[in-house]
Ligand binder design. Structure first.
Ligand code: TPP
Ligand code: MG
Length: 333
C-alpha cells in the first residue's frame, strides 16, 4: 500500500530512534487506546454526554505525525480529536475533565468532546464542521509566514473533507503562498456510513496534491514509523519555506462513527481484517524485533492504566462550571 520509499524511511527510523523515543511512541498510542476505552465506558454510564467520536484504531497517525514536530508547532484537528490533543501533550486529566463537562477541563467544560482547545500546548482545536479546520490552518500558516517564525502547522482531517470546497481553496492558497502547513488526511474509508467510493471521484487521495503543485504521499496509517518519516520530511520542507505537503494516511476506526453508531454498514470480516493490522500490536512486534521485551511493554501499559484511572477520578471529582458563568465568553461584556 505504501510506497517503498516510505517503508524504507520507517525501517530507518526503527534503527535510528533511541529506545526511549520508541517507547514514547508506544506509550502514547497505548494511552490513547486506553483513554478512549474508558471514555466509551464513561459515556455508557452517562458521565459523558453529547456527541463523542473515538479515535481507537487510528493512534499511529496522530502519534507518528506529532512526534515529528517540535513543541512550538501547531496542531489543528477535527471532532475526532482526543488522540491528537493527547499526543500534543495536553494532560489526560484536563482532556477527560472536558469530556465530563467540568470546569477543570481544557476548555473549562464549555466545549466537550468536539471542542478541545489549548493554546499553551498549541493545540488549536477540534472542529465540528467537516473541513472547518483547513482554512484555519491556512490562517495559522499565514501568520507564521508573515512573522517569519520557524513553526509549522499540522492539520488533520478525514477523507470526508476532501470533496469540500474548503479543502481545495485551502490547498490552492497554501501552495500559492508557500505556507508552512502539513495536511494529513486520515483516510479511514468512511465519512459516517458512506464509503469513500460513493463520495470521492479519486480513491488515491494523495493525488489531490498534484493539481495544487505540492508533494503528495500515501502512507500506511497503521504503521507509526511510516507516518513519522513522512511528516518529518514534510515538516523540513515547510520550515525551509518551500511550502505545504499532503499526506494520506490509510487507517481504520475500530468503533462506529460516534458513540451512537453501531456501524452496521460494514462487515464483521472487514473489521476483523483491520483489527489484525492494529497499530499498537504491530508496533509491539516491531519493538520485539528491536529486542524490547514484552515485559517492558506490559509495564508501560500498566503505567498508562494508572494515568487514565487518575484522569477519570480527577474528572469525576472536579466541579462543574458555576451556573453564574453560563453566559461567560458567549456575549461580549
Ligand atoms: C460541513 C459538514 N457537513 C456535514 C457534517 C455531518 N458530518 C459529521 S461527521 C461527517 C463525516 C466526516 O467523515 P470524515 O471526514 O471521513 O471523518 P471521520 O469521521 O471518518 O474521521 C459528516 C458528514 C458536518 N459536521 N459538517
Ligand atoms: Mg473518514
Amino acid at each position: 500500500m505504501a510506497l517503498e520509499r516510505e517503508k524504507h524511511l520507517a525501517e530507518r527510523s526503527l534503527l535510528t530512534l533511541s529506545e526511549s523515543n520508541l517507547l514514547d511512541l508506544y506509550r502514547l498510542m497505548s494511552l490513547i487506546r486506553r483513554f478512549e476505552d474508558r471514555v466509551a465506558e464513561m459515556y455508557t454510564r452517562g458521565k459523558i454526554t453529547g456527541f463523542c467520536h473515538l479515535y481507537a484504531g487510528e493512534e499511529a497517525v496522530a502519534v507518528g505525525a506529532i512526534h515529528a514536530l517540535y513543541d512550538k508547532d501547531y496542531v489543528i484537528s477535527t471532532y475526532r480529536e482526543h488522540g491528537h490533543c493527547l499526543a500534543k501533550g495536553v494532560a489526560p486529566q484536563k482532556v477527560m475533565a472536558e469530556l465530563f463537562g467540568k470546569a477543570t477541563g481544557v476548555s473549562h467544560g464549555r466545549g466537550g468532546s468536539m471542542h478541545l482547545f489549548d493554546t499553551e500546548a498549541r493545540f488549536m482545536g477540534g472542529y465540528a464542521i467537516v473541513g472547518g479546520g483547513l482554512p484555519l490552518a491556512a490562517g495559522l500558516g499565514l501568520s507564521i509566514h508573515y512573522k517569519e517564525e520557524p513553526e509549522v502547522v499540522c492539520c488533520f482531517f478525514g477523507d470526508g473533507a476532501l470533496p469540500q470546497g474548503a479543502f481545495h481553496e485551502t490547498l490552492n492558497l497554501c501552495s500559492l503562498w508557500k505556507l508552512p502547513v502539513i495536511f494529513i488526511c486520515e483516510n479511514n474509508f468512511y465519512g459516517m456510513g458512506t464509503l469513500t467510493q460513493r463520495a470521492i471521484c479519486q480513491q488515491e487521495l494523495y493525488r489531490f496534491a498534484e493539481p495544487y503543485n505540492i508533494p503528495g504521499v500515501r502512507v500506511d496509517g497503521m504503521e507509526v514509523l511510516e507516518v513519522y518519516g513522512a511528516v518529518l520530511e514534510a515538516a523540513a520542507r515547510a520550515r525551509e519555506g518551500v511550502g505545504p505537503s499532503l499526506i494520506e494516511a490509510v487507517t481504520y476506526r475500530f468503533r462506529g462513527h460516534s458513540m451512537s453508531d453501531p456501524a452496521e454498514y460494514r462487515s464483521k470480516r472487514e473489521e476483523r481484517i483491520w483489527q489484525e493490522r492494529d497499530p499498537i500490536k504491530r508496533f509491539r512486534r516491531r519493538l520485539n524485533e528491536r529486542r524490547v521485551s514484552g515485559e517492558v511493554l506490559d509495564r508501560v501499559d500498566r503505567e498508562v492504566d494508572a494515568v487514565v484511572e487518575d484522569a477519570v477520578r480527577f474528572a469525576d471529582e472536579s466541579a462543574e462550571p458555576p451556573i453564574s458563568e453560563v453566559a461567560k465568553n458567549v456575549y461580549v461584556e
